[in-house]
Design a protein around this ligand. Sequence first.
Ligand code: GMT
Length: 376
Amino acid sequence: MNIGIVGYPTFGGSGVVATELGKALAKKGHNIHFITYNQPARLEEITPHIFYHEVNPADYPLFDYLPYEAALSSKIVDVARFERLEVLHVHYAIPHASAAFMAKEILKTHGINLPFITTLHGTDITLVGRDPSYEPVITFAINQSDVVTSVSESLKQDTYTHFKINREIKVIPNFVCTDLYREAREKLSPEIVNQYAPNFEKIIMHISNFRKVKRVDDVVRVFDKVRKKIPSKLLLVGDGPERQKIENLCRELGTCNDIFFIGKIKSTEYALALADLFLLPSASESFGLSALEAMASGVPVISTNTGGLPELNIHGKTGFLANVGDVDAMANYAVQILENESTLQQFRKAAMEQSTNFDIRKILPLYEDLYRSLIP
Ligand code: GMT
């Protein structure tokens, strides 16, 4: 099949899902055309069947804001016509679903039918999409999509709650290539562990885009309580708007010597291979891809019980769930897992097993079936 994929070229979240999906489809021989404004973070090498089309909105002194959505629609039209796209898959509703609708309407005037699938990822529905400045467009574009999928049951329900949706939403959960994470752990050298935990301290990890919704300050507060009971180090991976505030908090709490700010990295599997425990105290999380990646590395997860997290993290088995902001509960759970090596190993095993339910080999055919159902 000739498939167009539109998404954000970001390090995490929907961008990674879109890129990894395209890469896996290309391996099966489908021609994948990524359409976005920057090289997708996980797309660096020349790979057969993968093509990247950059969207470059032309600037003009009149524009305070570049009309990206119009440029994206134009690019989709161009790629669809000349690369003979059979189906388009857009990730994250804003502004991709409405741009896809516009492109589809234009393509009709060329006698081309381009069905499009919209995958809802989270903040496009739960946070920013609900804002009155976007809501009417999002509602319309979701209702006009040929197929709509969401990455969790919880996100599907949120969509019905917050938008007037008159059609079916199919849940296709996010996925991970479990082999990649298992192999990275197998390759882990004691020398690198020693760099971060020279005295065999436990390694606690958090990975995110450091936005407010991730509550990274809770990560630091949980860690501050845990380190008083268990010798441990905290590795913070990622970067974003809250970073300075978090660095200041570490200084206030006097925890800086035990915390490493790693910054953004592309291959999280090598970071996760180091971890004993993963913290995800988000205020809202439609799925929690980083938690799944942690589990695929055999790392138990302490997360909040918000959004789609309970569909992934099994309380008392793969980790623990706590209420948003309940730093004490999260710290107690962390100690419960880390204080006893055999408990930790039990949680590690269960986490890894749970991740296999979301292996790319299980999820990819669901998308392929969807595409086929739309191509005459
Ligand atoms: O976390 C973000 O704000 C980024 C956002 C994205 O689209 O990049 O993440 C959302 O999509 C991910 C992939 O489907 C989900 O794993 C995240 O849970 C979701 N984030 C939120 O709901 C906050």
